[in-house]
Ligand binder design. Structure first.
Ligand SMILES: [Fe+2]
Ligand SMILES: [Fe+2]
Length: 135
């Protein structure tokens, strides 16, 4: 995986959420660097945990905002988040059990995991939130 670089194409037109997405990208890049540097299981495990923790924080932030403002696709969006979390927890479980390692395939998976969600699901809420004065 090449470095996962933020571009304006990922923007959802809400500054706080863009910043959170940038942080998630940074965490994926940190995991990638740790992998590329051949770091051990402990370092990789901690980095992965950091990514999972911040993912949960970010998803909760979006869900709270959707709920507060009565976004009509809130429940579908929440379901998509749950699926993403379970995918990454599944990987973590295998990683901890020594059944899977952090590989370039996993990094590409995480890159897709985040970028497809931003482009396909998150971007749908932009007009709604912008119309509520959130930007
Ligand atoms: Fe998001
Ligand atoms: Fe989302």
């Amino acid at each position: 995986m090449a470095l996962f670089v933020w571009s304006d194409g990922y923007s959802v037109n809400i500054m706080e959420i863009d910043n959170q997405h940038k942080r998630l990208i940074e965490l994926i890049n940190e995991l990638h660097s740790a992998m590329a540097a051949g770091k051990g299981k402990e370092v990789l495990g901690k980095t992965l945990q950091g990514l999972i923790d911040y993912t949960k924080t970010h998803f909760a932030y979006e869900e709270n905002l959707m709920k507060t403002h009565g976004y009509s696709e809130c429940s579908q969006h929440k379901t998509a988040h749950e699926k993403l979390v379970s995918q990454v927890l599944d990987f973590q479980k295998k990683f901890q059990a020594g059944e899977m390692w952090v590989t370039i395939d996993i990094m590409n998976f995480l890159k897709d995991w985040l970028s497809k969600h931003i482009m396909g699901t998150d971007k749908k809420y932009s007009p709604f939130f912008n119309s509520k004065g959130i930007a």
